[in-house]
Design a protein around this ligand. Structure first.
Ligand code: PDD
Length: 284
C-alpha cells in the first residue's frame, strides 16, 4: 500500500502522516468516525454520513463542527489521488491535542481530521455468495452505541473471538435480544415480515439500514421495528446484516445452527440488488 492520505488540510504519502502522542483520540478514544462506500469511483449516501457525523460530534460536545463541502472536497480528492474504484473512505475526527486530563480540554483547540481510502471488493465476494456464519456474544459495550465513536475494542475483541472459533462475525446479545453485529446491523425475516430493532441508544443507526428500510418499502415488504431474540433468529426464514462495507449480506448460520436450508435467502438477495441499484443512482 502506498496511499495518499489526508491529515488536517494536507495530503501526503501515508508514511509521512503523523499525529501527536497527546492526541485525545490516542489517549481516550475521544473521537468519532464515518465509513463511506465508494462504488464505481463515487460515494454512496455521503450526505447521510455527514448528518450522522454532526450528530456524533454534538452528542460528545465537540466544540467545533466541520464544513460538509470541505469534507466532500477532500473525499473526492482522495478518490482521484488514489484512483479508487471500489472500497471505502475512512474519516476520523478527534477532539484534538491536549495535556492528558480526564476533563475535556479548552474549547479552542483544533480538531484532528484524518481520512484515507481502502480498496475492498464490495460487490462480489464469498460472503455474499455463500452467506456468513455468526456466533453470539454478550454485548458488553457502553450504552451509547448510537454515537459512532472509535471506542472499538470490544467489537474487535468479539470479532476476533468469533474468528478464532471459525465464525465470520459475532452478533451481540443484550437482555436476551440481539442488538447488532460487531460492525453492522442485524436483521431477520419471519413469516413475510422484516424485523430490525428500533434505533435507540443501544445500536448504531446504520446509514445502510436507513436506505435498506426505504428499499424494503419500495419492494412492498412489511417492516417491524422490533427486537428479536436468538431463538427468533435461529428459527427465522432468512437473516442478514447491513453496513457500508457489506451492503446486505446473508447470514446462514448462528452458533452452528443453520437457518432454514443454510443457503442465502431469496428476499435478502432482492434487497441487496435493490439497495445497490438505488445507491448507484444517487452516488456522487
Ligand atoms: N461499521 N453497527 C455498528 C456497530 C457499526 O460499526 C456499523 C458500521 C453499522 C452499520 O452502519 P452503516 O450502515 O452506516 O455502515 C452498524 C463500519 C462499516 C465500520 O466500522 O467499519
Amino acid at each position: 500500500m502506498n496511499r495518499i492520505v489526508y491529515l488536517n488540510g494536507h495530503f501526503s504519502d501515508e508514511k509521512d502522516a503523523k499525529i501527536s502522542i497527546f492526541d485525545r483520540s490516542f489517549l481516550f478514544s475521544d473521537s468519532v468516525y464515518e465509513v463511506t462506500t465508494v462504488l464505481d469511483g463515487k460515494m454512496i449516501d455521503f450526505d447521510n454520513h455527514m448528518k450522522r457525523l454532526d450528530r456524533s460530534m454534538s452528542e460528545l460536545k465537540f466544540p467545533k463542527m466541520l464544513n460538509h463541502d470541505s469534507i466532500k472536497k477532500f473525499h473526492k480528492d482522495l478518490i482521484v489521488k488514489n484512483e479508487l474504484k471500489e472500497g471505502i473512505i475512512y474519516l476520523h475526527v478527534s477532539r484534538g491535542v491536549a495535556d492528558r486530563s480526564f476533563n475535556f480540554p479548552p474549547k479552542n483547540i483544533d480538531l484532528t481530521v484524518v481520512a484515507f481510502t481502502q480498496e475492498k471488493k464490495l460487490l462480489k465476494n464469498d460472503e455474499v455468495a455463500n452467506g456468513i456464519r455468526v456466533m453470539t456474544v454478550e454485548d458488553k459495550r457502553w450504552k451509547r452505541c448510537d454515537i459512532k465513536t472509535t471506542q472499538l475494542l470490544y467489537p474487535s475483541f468479539a470479532k476476533a473471538q468469533a474468528s478464532e472459533k471459525g465464525f465470520d462475525d459475532a452478533w451481540m446479545l443484550r437482555d436476551g435480544y440481539i442488538s447488532e453485529g460487531t460492525s453492522n446491523n442485524a436483521w431477520i425475516i419471519k413469516s413475510g415480515n422484516i424485523l430490525t430493532r428500533e434505533a435507540d441508544e443501544l445500536i448504531l443507526n446504520g446509514i445502510t439500514r436507513q436506505s435498506v428500510i426505504n428499499c424494503a418499502k419500495l419492494l412492498g415488504y412489511k417492516i417491524s421495528y422490533k427486537g428479536f431474540t436468538l431463538d427468533d433468529a435461529i428459527t427465522a426464514d432468512e437473516a442478514f446484516i447491513t453496513s457500508a462495507t457489506t451492503f446486505v449480506t446473508p447470514v446462514v448460520n448462528i452458533n452452528g445452527k443453520q437457518i432454514k436450508d443454510g443457503k442465502p435467502g431469496k428476499f435478502t438477495g432482492q434487497l441487496r440488488e435493490e439497495y445497490i441499484k438505488n445507491s448507484l443512482k444517487t452516488a456522487i
